[in-house]
Write a protein that binds this ligand. Structure first.
Ligand SMILES: [Zn+2]
Length: 231
């Protein structure tokens, strides 16, 4: 499960409390409800996907391009998991046509749950980045564009993101069969092409099991609730 690899932040899908869910029992201290791990993971991995490729990689590739360097590839540094919760809130709000201010308020609530650290306000990989209102605007816009398939984004940037996703899928598949990609595999163009094709098929399969509208609706009602109880 993804959440065993994370930085231990928990978000209750029933009451939106942050860090109140017990990692063993999955019960929320705040509202007493038990998280459904399947639902949690499907929302979480979809949110992570949107944040990773729609926001983080895209920003990096666009910065590169602006600097006249379109060929570098990255391994992203670990990023705050709270960004994923902000992403899930943005997706739910966008899919449910929620008022922009409501989405923003939900994200701000998540941001405020973290200790303020001014030194990280410009760090794309930190939740502190979303303390600035204009960065929230960009974040929501980027997630929205990613959900639509990145229309209008530079084709070179789009291609770099797609390639990144396929390479990650190849790594994920290698990790699942507990066998790293062998050097002879990496050097053999025919084998590489085969692995590439398999990864594309696997990626499409995983994308087909994205969270249902019902699941987003649940998050959505949470967000509305959050907004009406804002202090
Ligand atoms: Zn709860």
């Amino acid at each position: 499960m993804i959440w065993l690899l994370d930085d231990n932040h928990r978000f209750c899908l029933a009451c939106a409390a942050i860090d109140k869910v017990d990692s063993t029992t999955l019960v929320c201290d705040e509202c007493g409800s038990k998280q459904d791990p399947v639902q949690y993971n499907s929302l979480y991995s979809f949110g992570a996907d949107c944040v990773e490729y729609g926001q983080l990689y895209r920003e990096m590739y666009e910065r590169d391009k602006a600097n006249g360097n379109a060929s570098s590839r990255y391994s992203l540094p670990p990023f705050d998991q709270l960004l994923i919760f902000a992403g899930v809130s943005a997706i739910s709000g966008i899919i449910g046509n929620l008022a922009y201010d409501t989405i923003k308020a939900a994200i701000q609530k998540i941001v405020k749950s973290a200790k303020k650290d001014d030194s990280k306000q410009n760090d794309l990989f930190s939740i502190q980045f979303l303390r600035k209102e204009q960065n929230i605007d960009v974040f929501i816009d980027n997630i929205n564009l990613y959900l639509q398939g990145l229309p209008g984004v530079d084709p070179a940037v789009k291609a770099a993101i797609a390639e990144e996703q396929i390479v990650h899928e190849m790594q994920r598949m290698a990790a699942l069969r507990k066998k790293p990609l062998a050097t002879e595999e990496l050097l053999d163009p025919v084998l590489m092409q085969k692995a590439f094709k398999k990864a594309i098929i696997s990626l499409n399969k995983r994308r087909a099991i994205r969270p249902t509208k019902k699941q987003f609706k649940q998050v959505l009602s949470l967000l509305k609730n959050l907004n009406s109880h804002q202090d």
